[in-house]
Design a protein around this ligand. Sequence first.
Ligand code: FAD
Length: 116
Amino acid sequence: SVKDGCPLDKVALGHATWGLLHTMAAFYEDNPSDNQKRDIKTFLDVLSRVYPCEHCAKDFRKDLKEHPAQVNSQYEFSQWLCKFHNRVNVKLGKAQFDCSKVNERWRDGWLDGSCD
Ligand code: FAD
């Protein structure tokens, strides 16, 4: 694992980036304006071009083309992002996340109170 105060490797960068992306989806509008929808799509598009892991970014761009971001509501965006993350999990041989739990994980905290 990366020491605090030291450069991020691919794992630490990924972990931090997923945290940002899922938290953006957690607090995305239920009824986004056309500008808000466009901003998210632009953000993902640019991120997939500047993400500082070249082979990750290449697959990211390909995946975005095959599975365009769905951004019409908080539910839609957070589910789309969960499925996108799961496709990366599959590629890396990691466990699949249960997307019905995405708002517990990233917005509300677990129902058992363990995040309170
Ligand atoms: P992470 O995958 O970073 O997940 C962080 C937390 O998110 C988990 O602890 C879990 O609680 C939660 N979570 C897991 N899955 C989901 C889901 N589907 N929905 C919601 N929450 C979830 N690494 C590579 O080696 N090769 C790559 O090509 C590559 N591409 C990447 C592309 C992108 C866009 C990003 C952001 C990262 C990429 N990574 C890649 C990094 C990789 O996905 C992981 O971030 C890294 O391996 C660290 O894994 P982790 O076990 O800390 O959990």
